[in-house]
Design a protein around this ligand. Structure first.
Ligand code: NAD
Ligand code: DAU
Length: 355
């Protein structure tokens, strides 16, 4: 079956893996990557597929209603997988307005444009799908009591980032309940893997260990996150987009909880081993710093529903995923240098100037 799908935020970390998977796996689909290319968007993440005939990049802000509306109409879009967002908690603490604009108003803009286009078609919502990618952070924080976030857990966001994501989730569900739009929401735990912007814990720390720079551990390093390899998330998105039930929520996670400080020790060990440094050589880089404001203590996802209904399970063990990830960053220092120097932002301009 032929389909035309917009993937928003496709130049970011998770979005680039989703775009790659769909472009490779579905040659009959037209995949349109709609991305504003903020500091987090990097077209170099997609160099291997950028010339494929079933792929198109459109630089656009999801808050641009007229632009989005025209694109959906002109391209006869029948599916939207929405990942574009401001995604970093620390930035949201400093600049909440940008998070409300993109995450809330941007999502609403996409919903309204899709609604107007789809409702005007003879078949209306038949065969259409609006799939919103959200986070486990909307559920708030867990204590150290073994409980897990389920799809029924009450929303209790704490950071401006998670509050904005929670609001966008509510808008998506409201478009189903009010207008009958075929929507799906998934809430995923922390992702790790290649192409993650080095403001996030894992790529930042791998790069700092390599260069002998301090590792700023927030608070006592006791916060817990539930880590999932990004390609497993992309695979879940594929399955849910095609087989998930309309109006449902699915939690996605790896049953893989790590205390930050323990994870950081694994990172140091792995980087040192792969670089041939003696064990313990870089332990001194650990530097405890002031805690993040409102720092959520623990996240842990129960993804049983997804496993039972759609058969999805993580494919990679954490040890394997971390090894793969550390190797990737060490072998792709040019990518890292490009991102940390800011040069990657010139790529788009150069690419289009040279055409
Ligand atoms: P990211 O920050 O790496 O990428 C975000 C992308 O969105 C970038 O390419 C950026 O240019 C684009 N973007 C930002 N604002 C835009 C706008 N106004 N218009 C168009 N494009 C815009 O993010 P990520 O970590 O890949 O996260 C992707 C999605 O997955 C987000 O919705 C996030 O909330 C969700 N999520 C992330 C994680 C995680 O661990 N990273 C976990 C669960 C859910
Ligand atoms: O849970 C899903 C969420 O995971 C996503 O929705 C977010 O988009 C994504 O950024 C991520 O949020 P976190 O805040 O958990 O990720 P981050 O990598 O920023 O931090 C992971 C943990 O490490 C967290 O407890 C804070 C801590 N940390 C982070 C940084 C950047 C440090 O101790 N030092 C640091 O320098």
């Amino acid at each position: 079956m032929k389909r035309t799908i917009i993937i928003t935020g496709g130049a970011g970390f998770i979005g680039s893996h989703v775009v790659r998977l769909f472009v490779n796996r579905y040659p009959d689909y037209r995949i349109i990557n709609l991305d504003k290319l903020t500091y987090a968007g990097n077209l170099a993440n997609l160099r291997d597929i950028e010339d494929r005939p079933n792929y198109k990049f459109v630089r656009m802000d999801i808050c641009d209603f007229e632009g989005v509306m025209k694109l959906i109409q002109d391209e006869h879009v029948d599916g939207i997988i929405h990942l574009a967002a401001e995604s970093h908690v620390d930035r949201s603490i400093k600049d909440p307005f940008t998070f409300a604009r993109t995450n809330v108003m941007g999502t609403l803009t996409l919903l309204q444009a899709a609604k107007l286009y789809w409702e005007a078609l003879p078949e209306k919502y038949e065969g259409k799908r609006f799939y919103h990618i959200s986070t486990d952070e909307v559920y708030g924080a867990l204590q150290f009591d073994g409980t897990l976030f389920t799809e029924e857990t009450k929303y209790q966001p704490h950071s401006p980032y998670s509050a904005a994501k929670a609001s966008s989730d509510h808008f998506v569900r409201a478009y189903h309940d009010t207008y009958g739009m075929p929507t799906i929401v998934t809430n995923c735990s922390n992702n790790y893997g290649p192409y993650q912007f080095p403001e996030k814990l894992i790529p930042l720390f791998i790069n700092n260990i390599r260069h002998g720079k301090p590792l700023p551990v927030y608070g006592k390093g006791e916060n817990v996150r539930d880590w999932l390899f990004v390609e497993d998330h992309a695979r879940a998105i594929d399955i849910i987009f095609h087989k998930g039930r309309i109006a449902e929520t699915y939690n996605i996670g790896g049953f893989n909880e790590w205390k930050n400080i323990d994870l950081i020790k694994v990172l140091i060990k792995t980087v040192d081993r792969l670089l041939g440094r003696p064990e313990g050589a870089d332990d001194h880089l650990i530097t405890y710093v002031t805690d993040r404001a409102g720092h959520d203590l623990r996240y842990a996802i129960d993804s049983t529903k997804l496993k039972n209904e759609l058969g999805w399970e993580p494919s990679l063990q954490f040890e394997e995923g971390i090894e793969k990830t550390v190797k990737w960053y060490l072998e792709n220092q040019a990518w890292m240098d490009n991102v940390t120097s800011g040069d990657y932002q010139k790529y788009y301009e150069d690419m289009y100037r040279n055409r």
